[in-house]
Ligand binder design. Sequence first.
Ligand code: SAM
Length: 261
Amino acid sequence: MRFDVITLFPAQFKALTQEGVVARALRRGIAEIHLRTPRDYTADPQRAVDDRPYGGGPGMVMQYAPLRAALDAARADAAAAGVSSRVAYLSPQGAPVDQAKIVEIASASGWVLLAGRYEGVDERLIEDAVDEEWSIGDYVLSGGELAAMVVMDAAIRLLPGVLGHADSAGQDSYASGLLDCPHYTRPETAAGRGVPSVLLSGDHAAIERWRLQQALGRTWERRPELLRKRGMNDVERQLLDDYRREALRSGSRAGSKPSEQ
Ligand SMILES: C[S@@+](CC[C@H](N)C(=O)[O-])C[C@H]1O[C@@H](n2cnc3c(N)ncnc32)[C@H](O)[C@@H]1O
């Protein structure tokens, strides 16, 4: 899979490309990230790519021409490598990116990502050259670089061969519409607290059942709307009922947290 990113700050992407899961995927050739700056596509002697907004007001706006030239060059390079890329602009006004969208993004062969700065980009560029607008949350960042990195990290880790264990991504939060279950590792006792005994039992079916029950319980406690959207089968409903009964019995806050569904 190939990402081409248009950014004024290519160095920021070292955070993604030099260490960790994504860096390993790049080294193995499973994914490619190509960075280019619109400053290389302006005739301005100062290499400026922004100007004051028409109508006045604070801030600057990224100009059409250098961004358009950079986007066209990125798409042409990708096409020359046999990759047909759509263009996505990272924007707080875009469609919210959730895990289902990440799966869709990861299934494409390539994307050109446009990271904005200042007040954003000239609207005509969005109308002419952008296929999709993506938001990573209802807050405003200083630039689209972090947003582009968030999306690329989430997508690249889903590509076959990237994660160590084939099932890792499938068990993560959201993969099955639920939050992930709690995890424990050595030592068996930490700060006087033990590990749920089922995890030490060696009974794989019981462990799977417990994990599913915890995932259902957590989702019900923390994100009940996800559970309503996903629905449950009879076995899962029973597991959640037992979880809630136990939570009430043990007096944990979890027993009374969300509204009944
Ligand atoms: C300061 S913001 C511009 C915000 C813009 N004036 C608005 O209110 O919609 C600069 C750039 O950061 C990026 N950005 C900010 N928040 C974002 C978010 N929640 N998701 C994705 N990109 C974001 C966009 O690329 C945007 O062009």
